[in-house]
Ligand binder design. Structure first.
Ligand code: UDP
Ligand code: MG
Length: 322
């Protein structure tokens, strides 16, 4: 039951192959939050881990009454795992954070201050380039924020993290959002409310490996090629681009042929135009195709995730164990 005196925090932790970080994080969070005036629950979402993560969470759920698990049926990706947790959250505020200790638990205390001062969303962004990140991570991250800020209406700070606090009223609205390709950092920026960004310095990953390979990051950065049946459409973009490029390279040859007197009158300009615009048409068509593909995936209305097992159930806006 929600206590009348104490406000409750739901902390959502998406976890993919984090077996040696779970216990450590629970201890760190317990140490940080126990002295505060808040009740808190920790909801771990096991995102199709292939190691012992789930057992580790289940073990801790037996030990601590405020630890819960949601086991997804396979790996759905971090944003979808976050949504699974958010849908279960019952707190007066919800905090989302990584399982690997890169998001310092102490920052939550700072977020709580801003929340108490009337902010609905307190999000974080990396103060400096992550000193622990690999070169490819830094490069894709930079490119990603540049790209999204240039091509979309929202403006994200460089290094905006999935480490944030949201008031219950924001969470209530968030639960209604039904998007196939979830990008929570963008949705949060778009959502408005009274929001504030605070800088943080990421710590080193406690143990284990990052789940995002170079390829995975590039996919995320360019809008993700997750939709299996939309892949051919993406392929067309490549074809369109290469044809256009070839056409451009072809033009000097055509012009030289013309100048050297090899060509019949009018041939050069016709060939050059056909080649170039043929490529452009393919390119434009394929871009439209990508959007059609996204509409196709969205129109299926598939859920963002499927749950295999969980030890919680939300009844009258309170979590109960099952
Ligand atoms: N994660 C997840 N599903 C995935 C990949 C990652 O739930 O498919 C979780 C992971 O366990 C961690 C967080 O998302 O808690 C951030 O992932 P990671 O540390 O691998 O990436 P980083 O953000 O540090 O580059
Ligand atoms: Mg990490």
């Amino acid at each position: 039951m929600k206590s009348i005196l104490k406000r409750k925090l739901s902390i959502i932790i998406p976890s993919h192959n984090e077996q040696n970080n779970i216990g450590y994080l629970i201890q760190a969070l317990t140490k940080t939050l126990t002295p505060t005036d808040y009740d808190f629950e920790l909801i771990f979402v096991d995102d199709g881990s292939s190691d012992n993560t789930l057992n580790e969470i289940k073990f801790n759920a037996e030990v601590y009454t405020n630890v819960f698990y949601v086991e997804l049926s396979k790996n759905f990706g971090k944003d979808n795992a976050l949504k699974a947790g958010i849908m279960m959250a019952t707190g007066d505020a919800v905090v989302t954070m990584d399982a690997d200790m890169q998001h310092p638990p102490n920052m939550i205390l700072k977020m709580l201050e801003y929340w108490e001062n009337g902010h609905d969303i307190v999000y974080t962004y990396r103060e400096n380039a992550n000193p622990h990140a690999r070169l490819y991570q830094k490069a894709t991250s930079k490119l990603f924020y540049k790209g999204i800020n240039m091509l979309s209406d929202i403006k994200l700070e460089n290094g905006t993290a999935d480490f944030r606090l949201m008031d219950e009223k924001v969470v209530k609205q968030l639960k209604l959002i039904d998007e196939y390709e979830l990008f929570l950092r963008g949705i949060i920026k778009w959502a408005g409310f009274k929001q504030i960004g605070i800088p943080y310095t990421p710590s080193k990953r406690h143990t284990g490996e990052v789940s995002y390979s170079f390829v995975k990051l590039v996919k995320l950065a360019v809008g993700s090629i997750m939709a299996f049946s939309a892949k051919p459409l993406y392929l067309m973009t490549g074809v369109g681009l290469s044809v256009s490029l070839m056409a451009i390279l072809y033009i000097p040859y055509v012009l030289i042929s013309f100048a050297a007197g090899y060509a019949v009158n009018g041939w050069a300009s016709i060939i050059a135009t056909i080649a170039f615009f043929g490529g452009m048409q393919l390119l434009v068509l394929s871009i439209i195709g990508v959007y059609v593909g996204k509409i196709f995936m969205q129109s299926k209305g598939r859920p963002n995730y499927l749950i295999r097992s969980t030890n919680l159930l939300s009844v009258n806006n309170d979590l109960v164990r099952v």
